[in-house]
Design a binder for this molecule. Sequence first.
Ligand SMILES: [Zn+2]
Length: 288
Amino acid sequence: MTAVSPAFAKLRVVATTPDLADVIRRIGAEFVDVESLAKGTEDIHAVPQRPSFIPKLNRADAVVMLGFEAEHAFLPALLDVAQNPKIMRGQPGYIDCSEDVSPLEVPTIISRAEGEQHPLGNPHYNIDPRNGKNIAKAIADKLSALDPAHAAVYEKNRHAFTQELEIKIGEWRKLAAPAKGTGAVSYHPSMAYLADFLGLKMEGTVELKAGIAPTPKHLESLVEIMKKNNVKLILREVQYSQETADWLAKETGAKVATVATMGGAFPDSGTYFGMIDHNIHSILEALK
Ligand SMILES: [Zn+2]
């Protein structure tokens, strides 16, 4: 490893998802180099432990994650292999953006039995734009602690990001007002926070539980629930089966909206704002 002078070196930051990477770029600007591990089209719970991740984590000054164990499938094992003391859990370079987020759907029994993927509650809070503020704050605070010389810049950039987000939140609320009260199902239980923001009524999931594939009996009962509760919308996260979503649509008359739980899943969703925008437009398009 080459020695670099901390006075001139940019902070090397590894984000687990492309939308977190975008927020880091907004806040860290010219003082950070950012890379993202997961691709937007992947399942955050099943990102492969690619060998190329190790050198990235070896050189990193910080790793930024969603937390609530969303990255359980790949991050803890990679951090063990990388053995970079700066980014181990509990160190200043270990940045968990969930710290100020109140989790939804916290299970009464914490368990990974049968592959349950949300042991600490629903980790897909990033797709509710209101939580963008928490993400920005966690990142700005921790970058400032790592690099106090530029703390004022990080704080200024956080403020600008949050201001822009507030304006967008108002626009999204207005735009999506017609969707309020619409009954919906999703493939994976990933939509709780966005549904709360938009006022959608989530009536079930294709999966039995997070990470647990549906049985024919479960799908039958889901169709019944959808018909009974007049569910109009099927939210298919981009990494899950189009075929199942189309079948469900055919059985129930509901419309499919393809959405994503991470940035970068679609050509227009590379940024944090783009991710939110794409999901909301996709939902409104399906309900037209
Ligand atoms: Zn999940």
